[in-house]
Design a protein around this ligand. Structure first.
Ligand SMILES: Cc1ncc(COP(=O)(O)O)c(C=O)c1O
Length: 415
């Protein structure tokens, strides 16, 4: 089995050589890594940037006046500038370094939500959301007395956009928080439409770009969103660093999310005032080296090109849907290929996804099994869990072939 005519726009086999993780055998087998949606591997370029920073430029930021501290500060702010360019924010003041997507969304939910929501207001998410863009809103709605609602999804895992008319007519929508790409099903969500809906109703639009930023070009000005969050670890960067883009007019008006060192202008017993943007939202020592290495990851991805990466993943997804579609007793979930990113969720009849994943593991194939932090979506699909394969720039058609062989084995074992 081979990918029908090599139409892939990137040479994934060559790219794979940049990633030391693939130099090893796992359980005596080469790694077939089909779980990049959970976290991506790191190229040597990023690992070396991390090491180089720690070896030659490490220091805390915003504190020291000696040369090394200034060098660390410059590298940290240079990384911020790379992120600004990556999402096309107007200013680095709009780029806040966080720990991850989850922290970015919590920052908005608490720092904006606690001061701007109240009884009668509506917080709108969707049934497609990762718990990270669902639970913080549900909790802040509970604390403020606001009403929490979720746009329903179809059986194919796409948003029921017809519901918007009624939701809009009911009024008082203050937040529309939506993912750009579903982590369980790969659904590409028409966020432009939802952002327009939000603004037509005087609401803020918050985009969860955890599954989008690693794979697709993001332009926050063209999107016209108010906030957008993503994680470094899913885009070849290190764990421990994420990004929150926020429109400066909103960030300026918001109270801090966390308080302490690094985010103040003046502190006295009587009163404390806040630092300017973005430092007001970066309390304590930030992930300095991780941010620098995230900057290297942005350089690395930029050198390959996000459009080319998305095209490669599209080819692999098409191939996977075709191959899995031929498997007896296999149910595929999610939208058609045209509206799907590089994620394929499925179940084998009569075999629990965890058992499937374990048998695949014995074959050296890594997939995710479970509810994928999407319990409302699983409920909608009528399943407790699925098995999920997800792709990135280093994924190869041979890995899909090994997935298929592993599934055949799972069927035999459980026959
Ligand atoms: C769509 C989506 N949102 C949010 C998250 C949470 O990301 P993190 O764990 O990096 O905060 C994930 C992680 O899988 C995700 O897929």
């Amino acid at each position: 089995m081979a990918l029908k005519q090599s139409t892939a726009r990137i040479d994934a086999a060559r790219i794979r050589a940049d990633f030391p993780i693939f130099d090893q055998l796992v359980g005596g087998k080469p790694l077939a890594f089909l779980d990049s949606a959970v976290s991506a591997h790191k190229p040597r370029f990023v690992l070396e940037a991390l090491e180089e920073f720690y070896e030659h430029s490490y220091g805390n930021v915003g504190r020291g006046v000696y040369a090394l501290a200034e060098r660390a500060n410059a590298a940290y702010e240079q990384a911020r500038e790379k992120v600004r360019e990556f999402v096309n924010a107007r200013s680095p003041r709009e780029v806040v370094f966080t720990r991850n997507t989850t922290e970015g969304i919590n920052l908005v939910a608490y720092a904006w939500g606690l001061d701007n929501l109240g009884p009668g207001d509506v917080v709108l998410t969707t049934e497609l959301e990762h718990h990270s863009n669902f639970v913080p809103w549900q909790e802040v709605a509970r604390r403020t007395g606001a009403t929490f609602k979720a746009i329903p999804v179809t059986a194919e895992g796409e948003l029921e956009l017809e519901a918007l008319d009624e939701l809009g007519r009911a009024g008082n929508v203050k937040v529309v928080a939506v993912t750009a790409v579903s982590n369980s099903l790969g659904t590409i969500v028409p966020v432009e439409r939802l952002i327009r809906f939000a603004h037509e109703h005087g609401a803020i639009a918050v985009i969860d770009a955890a599954q989008a930023a690693p794979h697709r070009v993001i332009d926050v000005q063209a999107l016209d969103c108010d906030f957008l969050a993503f994680s470094g670890h899913k885009m070849c960067g290190p764990s421990g660093v994420g990004v929150l883009y926020g429109r400066s007019e909103l960030l300026e008006r918001m109270s801090p999310f966390q308080t302490g060192g690094g985010m103040i202008r003046r502190v006295s017993v009587e009163k404390t005032t806040w630092a300017g943007l973005p430092h007001k939202f970066e309390a304590g020592t930030p992930p300095v080296a991780e941010a620098v290495a995230l900057g290297a990851a942005i350089d690395y991805l930029g050198g390959i090109g996000l459009e080319a990466i998305a095209a490669h993943e599209h080819e692999l997804t098409a191939y996977t849907l075709e191959q899995l579609g031929e498997q007896p007793g296999l149910t595929l979930y999610g939208p058609p290929l045209e509206r799907r990113a590089g994620i394929v969720s499925f179940n084998l009849e009569g075999i629990h996804p965890h058992d499937v994943a374990q048998i695949l593991d014995a074959e050296g194939v890594c997939v995710r099994a479970g509810h994928h932090c999407n319990q409302p979506l699983m409920r909608r699909l009528g399943v407790a869990a699925t098995t999920r394969a997800s792709f990135y720039l280093y994924s190869l058609p041979e890995e899909v072939d090994r997935l298929v062989v592993g599934l055949e084995r799972a069927r035999k074992v459980f026959a």
